[in-house]
Design a protein around this ligand. Structure first.
Ligand SMILES: [Zn+2]
Length: 370
């Protein structure tokens, strides 16, 4: 996904607020992770396609991230200093006091700087005056400390090391010393909080719209609570379905085309998305409602794998099964209806299906024709 600037619902920065726009997945995951901490701290924020934050809450999120690990994740040893598993050497143990008592206190006061750029956002830097003041309280090589916060590197994402060297071009074309800003360098330590554990690795659903990202990942979490079946295509498909049913909004084509799942497995970063036509189908409110009414996993699987013409066949067998059941005939063991439905003996259910399935097929054909 390239650089995205979607400013349609977003306001501009003000003296007390900062507006964050969607960017690459790592940045987006950082923002969503930060929002999880704010939500836990009961601190309000505005989320639409962009995120609007009171400047003051940014420094509050720092203590929040430690509390969140302790209280929510029951993880007592979360750390960003020295050797640690997630953000190795993000700061040195001897810099901790400075970082917490001086640097973090200023992090909400960042602003644009015409001499510095950030590859991820519009660039939020501490002012030169602030840096001069901060330096007075720093012991050691201050320039090096700041330089580390202005370049994307291993301290920001331990697991990325392998991914970067193995497939530099596949990974948003990054080189190891891409310029980033002080705010991005801070946001990044929240990115792991956006990921959801599945049996197939940790996942994060990304999109070029923060509200869509937030929702899809919330739905994915709910779905994972209710099922053992956590194949990634199904989690994504079901989240999209929930989104259409609950939000009833039409997503822009650009947003639709750029929904993807980031999968973290040990040292490997993988990407997954559904074919365009399937995403389009699942994000259609009427189609989603019909799928929900039919409520049959095997039918959902057919749609997910793009086997739409099978729906017509399935309907034929539904009608045949209804006749047999009405005549009190027993369905044979290899009756084709069993390939499509688990509740093949439930006459009322099948009658309902026979009302919805043809409509579903027609609507899908209509949608995929164009
Ligand atoms: Zn930035």
């Amino acid at each position: 996904m390239g650089d995205l600037t979607l400013e349609k619902d977003c306001k501009k920065d003000t003296e007390d607020k900062i507006v964050l726009y969607p960017s690459n997945w790592l940045y987006n995951a950082g923002v969503i992770g930060l929002l999880r901490v704010l939500e836990y701290k009961k601190i309000s924020f505005d989320i639409s396609d962009c995120v609007q934050l009171e400047r003051g809450v940014i420094k509050e999120s720092y203590n929040g991230i430690f509390e969140y690990h302790k209280e929510v994740l029951k993880e007592r040893n979360f750390s960003i200093e020295g050797k640690n598993k997630r953000y190795p050497n993000y700061i040195q143990p001897k810099q901790k006091d400075f970082f917490e008592n001086y640097y973090i206190k200023e992090i909400g006061n960042v602003s644009r700087n015409k001499f510095k750029i950030c590859n991820w956002c519009s660039g939020y830097f501490l002012s030169n005056n602030t840096l001069v003041n901060l330096k007075q309280n720093f012991k050691g090589d201050f320039e090096k400390f700041i330089e580390q916060r202005e370049k994307f590197q291993g301290i920001h994402f331990a697991k990325l090391g392998a991914a970067i060297t193995e497939m530099p071009n596949a990974f948003w074309n990054l080189n190891f010393s891409m310029p980033i800003c002080h705010l991005c360098s801070y946001l990044i330590i929240f990115n792991h909080l956006a990921f959801i554990q599945t049996s197939d690795g940790e996942i994060f659903i990304n999109a070029p719209d923060f509200k869509v990202i937030w929702d899809l990942n919330e739905f994915a979490k709910e779905i994972l609570k209710g099922t053992k079946d956590d194949e990634i295509s199904k989690i994504l498909g079901s989240s999209l379905l929930q989104w259409s049913i609950r939000r009833r909004t039409i997503l822009g084509a650009w947003t639709m085309m750029n929904i993807e799942v980031i999968v973290k497995r040990k040292n490997i970063i993988d990407y997954f998305d559904l074919p365009q036509d399937i995403t389009k189908i699942l994000l259609d409110y009427e189609i989603a409602s019909l799928i929900e009414r039919i409520n049959e996993e095997k039918i959902f699987d057919l749609i997910l794998s793009g086997k739409f013409s099978e729906l017509e066949k399935a309907n034929y067998f539904v009608l045949k099964a209804i006749l047999k059941l009405k005549n009190k005939e027993k369905l044979s063991n290899n009756d084709p209806i069993k390939r499509y439905f688990s509740r093949y003996n439930d006459l009322n259910y099948l009658k309902n299906v026979s009302k919805n399935l043809p409509e579903l097929y027609a609507k899908i054909s209509e949608k995929t024709r164009g």
